[in-house]
Write a protein that binds this ligand. Structure first.
Ligand code: HEM
Ligand SMILES: *[C@@H]1O[C@H](CO)[C@@H](O)[C@H](O)[C@H]1NC(C)=O
Ligand SMILES: *[C@@H]1O[C@H](CO)[C@@H](O)[C@H](O)[C@H]1NC(C)=O
Ligand SMILES: *[C@@H]1O[C@H](CO)[C@@H](O)[C@H](O)[C@H]1NC(C)=O
Ligand SMILES: *[C@@H]1O[C@H](CO)[C@@H](O)[C@H](O)[C@H]1NC(C)=O
Ligand SMILES: *[C@@H]1O[C@H](CO)[C@@H](O)[C@H](O)[C@H]1NC(C)=O
Ligand SMILES: *[C@@H]1O[C@H](CO)[C@@H](O)[C@H](O)[C@H]1NC(C)=O
Length: 399
């Protein structure tokens, strides 16, 4: 990555633009879609499709780099990518999945999803981040069973880690995508696979790697309780020991933890998650000038739109899936305590340093770790069901 060039651009452009843009304040409307960043989609010369976006901060076009496909990374030192067949809960489950699971039953499924996502991301590029996070919060809580999409008879959308945080608009986007699939292949493609494939394509269209996801997941019949969600989704205040333990509980190791944390290269954070980093005192996690910028966005406390106000997670290339997250962590301009905590153990610190320098290697490990996450506690074969509507188990439809 031409980090120096990007910084030079930012410095050059800083004088020309207005303060709120520099600060990256995102004022939400409705359920909290961020500022529209006027993205445009185009094919890159590598053959995969990438986002070419007009960066709202500087109006420069950042194009997804080459080498975006997995396997192109150069392995450095002892850090070879962890394979998808990890231990613990992630391991055995891979058995029920296959490549081309929908090869004869719905060969168009990925094309349908991509068509839908192009429209969705054109209108709001923030949906890529929203969908990626939905996959994380679905898979970490009773497995990748699309339970997070259920709204009845019970829901996990209002559980503390999800409520007013998981984007309602992204949940609706997945319903729209599922409806488009149902129109062509009724009763065939699960909501769980819809989440995973939509995430795959959203990451690709944002400039990230093309992740070879297997399919064949089936949908859960019920939502998890608030307590189950709380027990499994890591809060952003954890230290490195607790963070590693949280991932280990899912069968995910330090390499998975570091690579998957790279998901914070896109998207937003609500001020309520930023506040503990800047008040009552500025956390040592943060560069002081950056913390003051965050304070200007998130304080004073009684700002009337505060509950809905957000900041970017990556202030350099907020909508581009790249490795700048790791540069941010090293520069102390990443948002959460958990991001900074990755520098507090020698194994995770070395990986952060590696990915900050080597985007292909990050992409390769991110792909492997996403595959691992996509196989947590999945339902396959005759388990669960293929939901017709993602919000509702089939037995409650028309009831
Ligand atoms: C390592 C532990 C993690 C913690 C503590 C954490 C915490 C958070 C928090 C607090 C937010 C802000 C949510 C809000 O303000 O509404 C957030 C956003 C986000 N996280 Fe994480 N996260 C973690 C791991 C992950 C993983 C594994 C992924 C995916 C691979 C991910 C992807 C995202 C994305 C894309 C957003 C932005 C969502 C949006 O813009 O709607 N995070 N995360
Ligand atoms: C979810 O968030 C909304 C908006 O902040 C709030 O009004 C509601 O009480 C919350 N629900 C739960 C169950 O926490
Ligand atoms: C969820 O559980 C947490 C932790 O026990 C609790 O603080 C919160 O009030 C609960 N929220 C709901 C909606 O039950
Ligand atoms: C990390 O957090 C856990 C849980 O809060 C705590 O028990 C432990 O002492 C902390 N470890 C360090 C090194 O601060
Ligand atoms: C803070 O914002 C100013 C503009 O007000 C910008 O020039 C500067 O680069 C930002 N600093 C950091 C560390 O983000
Ligand atoms: C914010 O609101 C609370 C409750 O209404 C009030 O007690 C406090 O003085 C207000 N703080 C500021 C800075 O306005
Ligand atoms: C890292 O460790 C130091 C020393 O134990 C501690 O003061 C600091 O809060 C830790 N930082 C993070 C982000 O965990």
């Amino acid at each position: 990555m031409a980090m120096a060039a990007i910084l030079a651009m930012l410095v050059t452009c800083v004088a020309m633009i207005s303060l709120p843009m520099i600060l990256g304040a995102v004022f939400e409307s409705g359920d909290g879609n961020g500022v529209k960043d006027n993205p445009s989609l185009s094919a890159n010369s590598g053959g995969s499709l990438g986002i070419t976006k007009s960066d709202s901060a500087n109006q420069k076009v950042w194009r997804a780099g080459e080498g975006a496909s997995p396997g192109s990374g150069t392995s450095t030192g002892s850090f070879t990518p962890a394979t998808g067949s990890g231990g613990g809960r992630a391991g055995a489950a891979a058995g029920g999945l296959s490549e081309g699971f929908y090869g004869s039953s719905c060969p168009q499924v990925e094309t349908i999803i991509e068509q839908q996502l192009r429209v969705i991301l054109q209108a709001d590029i923030g949906q890529a981040a929203g969908i990626l996070r939905i996959m994380f919060h679905d898979c970490f809580v009773q497995g990748c069973d699309a339970s997070l999409l259920l709204v009845r008879p019970t829901t996990e959308q209002t559980a503390t880690p999800n409520n007013a945080s998981i984007r309602a608009s992204s949940l609706r986007a997945l319903d729209t995508i599922k409806a488009a699939i149902e129109a062509v292949c009724p009763g065939v493609v699960s909501c769980a696979d819809t989440i995973v494939l939509s995430t795959k394509i959203a990451v690709k269209l944002s400039g990230g790697p093309i992740i070879p996801m297997r399919t064949g997941r089936r949908d859960g019949l019920s939502a998890a309780s608030n307590q189950t969600v709380v027990n499994n989704i890591p809060p952003p205040t954890l230290n490195i020991t607790a963070l590693k333990q949280n991932f280990q509980n899912q069968g995910l190791d330090s390499r998975d933890l570091v690579a998957l944390s790279g998901g914070h290269t896109i998207g937003r954070a609500h001020c309520r998650f930023v506040d503990p980093q800047i008040t009552p005192t500025i956390s040592t996690d943060l560069n002081t000038a950056f913390a003051l910028n965050l304070s200007r966005i998130c304080l004073p406390a009684n700002n009337s739109i505060k509950a809905r106000q957000t900041t970017h997670l990556d202030f350099i290339t907020q909508n581009l899936f790249d490795n700048s997250y790791f540069q941010n962590v090293l520069s102390k301009v990443a948002i959460f305590h958990t991001d900074a905590a990755l520098t507090n153990a020698s194994d995770t610190l070395q990986l952060v340093q590696l990915y900050a320098q080597n985007q292909p290697l990050f992409f390769q490990q991110f792909s492997q770790s996403m595959i691992k996450m996509s196989q947590l506690n999945i339902l396959t074969g005759q388990q669960g069901e293929i939901r017709k509507k993602c919000t509702t188990p089939n037995q409650y439809l028309n009831a």
